[in-house]
Design a protein around this ligand. Sequence first.
Ligand code: F6P
Length: 557
Amino acid sequence: MSDPVDATTTPAWARLTELRAAYEPDLRAAFAQDPDRAARFTRTAADLYVDLSKNLVDDDVLAALVDLADQVGVPQRRDAMFAGERINVTENRSVLHTALRAPRNETLVVDGTDVVADVHKVLDKVYAFSDKVRSGAWVGVTGKRIETVVNIGIGGSDLGPVMVYEALKPYVQEGLTCRFVSNIDPTDVAVNTADLDPETTLFIVASKTFTTLETLTNARLARAWLLDGLRASGAVGEGDDAARAAVAKHFVAVSTALDKVEAFGIDPENAFGFWDWVGGRYSVDSAIGTSVCVAIGPENFAAFLAGFHAVDVHFRDTPVAQNVPMLMGLLNVWYDGFFDAQSHAVLPYAQYLHRFAAYLQQLTMESNGKGVRWDGTPVTTDTGEVFWGEPGTNGQHAFYQLIHQGTRVIPADFITVATPAHPLKDGETDVQELFLANFFAQTAALAFGKTADEVRAEGTAEAIVPARVFTGNRPTTSIIAPALTPSVVGQLIALYEHITFTQGVVWGIDSFDQWGVELGKQLAQQVTPAVGGDEEALAKQDASTQALIRYYREHRA
Ligand code: F6P
């Protein structure tokens, strides 16, 4: 694997430095002087119409960013990823989430195995299982059909499924509901099972490694809840055989570690595999999405995968200057490196995307929140901006103040769809139009601001004028699609996966490991005995931790 190119040593970086020094953001003038600016800075990827024109760029900056991508080798590394090379260097793994959505007729042989054929074998199993649950052919141990599917997982084994389930609610089969348990806070499993009927509940234990403390603990709690409930009502008898029969009908698993699934007590027949070349945060389109597939059905799930694939093809085959994920990733690098942007807002004007920012937080920050490059050397620029956001218009009444008038540059992606899921009218007013008017008005206000003279012209008292001035030149990207279909949701996810990839390559980062999070997994194991009363273990903790644990012990009711 080739060493990362230090972006800051490239001619393109030198050019960007020069351009930044001379660049005085003035989007009003840029639009006034160039009537074609909107058209010239708009691109499409599959169904996504992406308007980059309200970003702080001109032709020279864009050209230099495109050069930067070439000079650090973004296209080459992209090709290496698609080909199955082991670009996840620190884990010595291929990175093949793109193979998860490759059409059945494609072939990709990696280490002697056709991974696309393997993917479709598992997909077929997931589809067959989903059909059985949806049709009522799969019943619980007492013969009742399944009404609630509870996905137990965390990180990538939770955030993707829950986000997509919420995004595609209108596609969920009537009579079926999914719930998601992730947190090891006992409240999570307790609240999510409290009103369920064990006889009609199916648990999907989703864990790539099947070692994650939260997931295995919650799975055991769920198993105990199931058996206690079934026994209390007399639905099943005591003894191991009865328990096994109940678990077989109410538990399935998704994992790369099928041996561990079996050791947990789940029949491997009821387990769906995937592979170590799928990162957790890149896995919603693998069997990890089984809960979603059950909810929306195989046909919609296939359309969801096709959406990913359409953007993969765009990313793979489009020259940098037209390549939407690359350009968006390069713009992020521009803001992070040259405007000291420390965060990035993602603002969906589509209520069903209300978990999209949470999902992106893992995708982007677990991928690029790193300080060393894939050859072990330190990074040479800041990396890993904070991604955050809430759906519009809720965010407008909360944090947009900071985006409009704060002191930092906060690039923001506005995302919406033309056709609403619920086309409601308020009298004669189409509410979607009111909603989208907010989207359009916000992006315009952020770009063009309001001058002191404009504020004065509204009759504002002079003393208050400064507080009511909007500087404008606050960068936004507008993304619009026809409707929030399964395909479009897949397209949006793939878009951000490839944006993340592009930034990672420019920074020289291995975007596919997560050693920082692995540490947390080990630490909790070490501290647990101390929390439980082991004085020797407590004595090994630092003074602050000891005091906190003692407080806990004294106050635990
Ligand atoms: O949070 C760290 C992490 O390893 C994530 O990358 C992953 O999505 C999550 O834990 C859950 O891991 P698993 O699917 O193995 O339970």
